[in-house]
Design a protein around this ligand. Structure first.
Ligand code: SF4
Ligand code: SF4
Length: 516
């Protein structure tokens, strides 16, 4: 609706929209307060963006504008004509007013209802609309609208469906930050109705000493769950069985990387700089070879690497489950442990960790000292492939032996940090490496942090699709940059007995250049 002229408009591709706006004697328009634009000139943006985003058209087949009551035939017998009854019902309800009043959610009103976010959402593609419990509000945007316009309780049930993959944000015609707003809703519901099981688990993960001790104990206990000769755990017992649903799990390293690090020799005469490695839980306790490769790769281009031992989980699990208290606690711990002022850069080989390190500022808006430290840490933090490329790691070196790979983009690396070219350049320049792109390489693998544990029935078909796309390429190796994706994809391949390796870019580079 156009406020200045009182014009209402509809954009449709069927003639029935035009017909009901012209033939009947009574014309009733129902719309929310968010549907107003100031002038006809402003409406042009919607005329353009809605068909482009919704149906890939330059313009819809019908664009009908109504300014007041037009003349219709009132009596067919006598052919009497006159103005029709024209009514506008404007929905100005408390839910809409709440959206308007909340600065962090007001952008919901920028939604032009193009539906592009639904087209790309992996959860919606799999589940369809009914699971969102409302015939009108579905997908990520529907989760937000349901909170304000249907009921908070209903929204609480569906807000965890989101994988936080960020695809909706990439295509959104209104520029909405859907995943971030869903996160805010999760925080609110965690505050209002804390889940004791999740809270207990997140409290444990956020306690560095306790969590690391638990992982060390698990590494000793795990042989009981593994068959001899199996590289991965295929089945877990009792209440843990859901974790191995449709995928195998990697072994916990016998010796964590933090114990290995002091034994690594770094032969770097006249170093160009000093970099601190942030390993995150998966590199420290599972994929220790990735951390070794990162160090060897960076050493090879003249940088020394240090590992601050006070570091712990990056806090992403707490953040994504809405537990702001534990997320802030881990942020504080890591900011102090990493002491960014002592290093030129911070490197992480897990995009989720890198993204989290860059976002620590959000927790310290009212603490200038911590805010400054968080800012420095965030600005110096890079994901491995971005940093290695930036510092001159691109080279044609390589053993020349043929290695056919395909590449899977991590959601955080591509969409949150915009890194997708660098790793491809690093890999394809390496002598012997041949890259065949898979279909939908940037579609989520279904890991989504704790998502694959909470919703195995949703994560499993997403993984299945990823596995199919990998198989189609005929590649013998999948290159990844995220240990979470690595865990999910290698687990899916192993569970299906598909002999395809999954390797981190850092490892492929180190192996092909003879660094490890
Ligand atoms: S972030 Fe991903 S899963 Fe969540 S609503 Fe957007 S597209 Fe769907
Ligand atoms: S949230 Fe964005 S992509 Fe989704 S319907 Fe609204 S404008 Fe379109």
């Amino acid at each position: 609706a156009v406020a200045e002229t009182g014009t209402v408009f509809t954009m449709t591709n069927e003639g029935n929209g035009r017909m009901v706006g012209t033939l009947p004697k009574i014309h009733l328009y129902v719309f929310g307060i968010e549907k107003f634009v100031k002038s006809l000139s402003d409406a042009r943006y919607i005329f353009k963006a809605l068909p482009r985003n919704g149906t890939a058209q330059r313009l819809t087949a019908y664009l009908s504008l109504y300014t007041g009551a037009s003349e219709v035939v009132l009596d067919k017998e006598t052919d009497e004509k006159g103005p029709k009854d024209f009514y506008c019902v404007i929905l100005d309800d408390p839910g809409r007013r709440e959206i308007l009043a909340e600065e962090s959610f007001r952008e919901i009103f920028d939604c032009i209802r193009c539906g592009a976010c639904l087209d790309v959402c992996p959860a919606f593609a799999l589940l369809g609309g009914h699971v969102y419990g409302s015939n009108v509000y579905t997908g990520g945007i529907g989760t937000l609208l349901s909170h304000f316009l249907v009921s908070e309780e209903r929204a609480e049930q569906i807000q965890n469906i989101c994988l936080q993959c960020g695809r909706c944000k990439e295509v959104c015609g209104g520029g909405l930050h859907i995943p971030e707003m869903i996160m805010k809703l999760r925080e609110r519901s965690m505050e209002k109705h804390p889940n004791p099981t999740y809270k207990f688990a997140l409290d444990a993960v956020s306690d560095r000493k306790l969590f690391h001790s638990m992982l060390r104990i698990a590494s000793i206990a795990q042989p009981a769950f593994m068959k001899q000769g199996q590289p991965m755990m295929r089945h877990l017992p009792m209440f843990l069985s859901g974790l191995s649903e449709g995928r195998s799990l990697p072994k916990i390293a016998q010796v964590p990387f933090r114990d290995i690090f002091p034994t690594i020799e770094q032969d770097v005469p006249n170093p160009k700089g000093k970099i601190a490695i942030f390993t995150g839980c998966l590199l420290d306790f599972v994929y220790v070879d990735i951390a070794k490769a990162v160090i060897k790769d960076l050493n090879s281009i003249g940088y020394l690497v240090d590992m601050p031992m006070g570091q712990s989980c990056c806090g992403a699990p707490a953040t994504y489950m809405g537990d702001r208290e534990n997320a802030k606690k881990t942020a504080e711990l890591n900011i102090n442990a990493m002491a960014a002022e002592n290093y030129d850069y911070i490197v992480s080989a897990c995009p989720t960790c890198t993204h989290q390190l860059r976002e620590y500022e959000q927790f310290f808006a009212d603490d200038p000292e911590m805010l400054a430290k968080a800012k420095e840490l965030g600005e110096k933090s890079y994901d491995f492939c971005k940093l290695f490329h930036m510092l001159g790691g691109l080279s044609d070196e390589g053993d020349g032996k043929e290695l056919n790979i395909t590449y899977h983009d991590s959601c955080h690396l591509k969409r949150s940090m915009g890194v997708y070219k660098e790793q491809r350049e690093l890999l394809t320049h390496t002598k012997g490496v041949k890259l065949t792109e898979m279909r939908e390489s940037d579609n989520c693998c279904g890991f989504g942090g704790t998502y694959s544990i909470k919703f195995p029935e949703v994560a499993a078909p997403i993984l299945e699709r990823k596995v199919e796309h990998i198989k189609e390429t005929g590649a013998g190796t999948v290159a990844v940059d995220c240990p979470g994706c690595m865990m999910q994809i290698s687990g899916g391949l192993d569970a299906r007995d598909i002999p395809v390796d999954v390797k981190h870019t850092a490892v492929i580079i180190a192996e092909k250049r003879g660094l490890m």
